[in-house]
Design a protein around this ligand. Structure first.
Ligand code: 5GP
Length: 181
């Protein structure tokens, strides 16, 4: 990334606010089909990137929802993924026999998705786990994994906005954008 380009004036919008908001409804309908309305869901918001997506998505769910938050360290301030994943702030309630919905911002290499899926299945023994991601960077995949549902496929470019950051900035944007070279 060219550091001189990194400011609000240079952002190119990739996915508009309206497109995101419309997609939330479609995704919520898919989740409803998997988790009947009379069943509870424990939604796991993977901080910090999925904060906006998760907060907006749960508003569309009609089930009884419990929200939990976990943090995985992988990127730091860089724009490249790391093989060295660590779960931090991982205090979760008992999830045995519960419906779990893991909410991510983006699947890039797939390392985080793999780590989380294994962690929940092996350690927490839920009834059912679904993995949903707003964005899917299929072309960057290093491990074979696909989310159960995703909002948009994106090219191999570094995106910001709607929860996704660059050095802590741009999470507040209501759209997804990138910095052209
Ligand atoms: P993965 O483990 O799939 O490589 O990456 C997962 C995490 O890396 C995401 O949850 C996100 O925090 C970060 N990440 C991957 N691609 C991007 C990107 O294009 N922009 C931003 N801001 N973060 C990304």
């Amino acid at each position: 990334m060219n550091e001189d380009n990194i400011n609000l004036n240079n952002i190119k919008v990739l996915i508009t606010e309206a497109e995101i908001q419309n997609k939330l409804k479609t995704l919520a309908e898919k989740i409803e089909k998997e988790f009947p309305i009379n069943e509870e869901i424990c939604v796991i918001c993977v901080l910090k990137g999925s904060v906006m997506f998760c907060a907006d998505l749960v508003k569309h769910l009609k089930n009884m929802v419990q929200m939990e938050f976990i943090r995985i360290s992988s990127y730091g301030n860089e724009t490249k993924s790391s093989n060295n994943l660590q779960a931090i702030d991982l205090t979760l309630p008992n999830l045995a026999d519960k419906n779990v919905l893991i909410v991510e911002d983006i699947i890039d290499t797939g390392l985080t998705a793999r780590f989380l899926t294994d962690l929940f299945k092996i350690k927490h023994h839920p009834k059912k786990v679904l993995f949903i991601s707003l964005l899917n960077k299929k072309c960057a995949r290093q491990v074979e994994i696909e989310p159960d549902y995703y909002g948009f496929e994106v090219d191999d470019k570094f995106v910001v906005g709607y929860g996704l950051d660059y050095k802590g900035y741009f999470r507040n944007l209501p759209y997804i954008g990138y910095f052209p070279n």
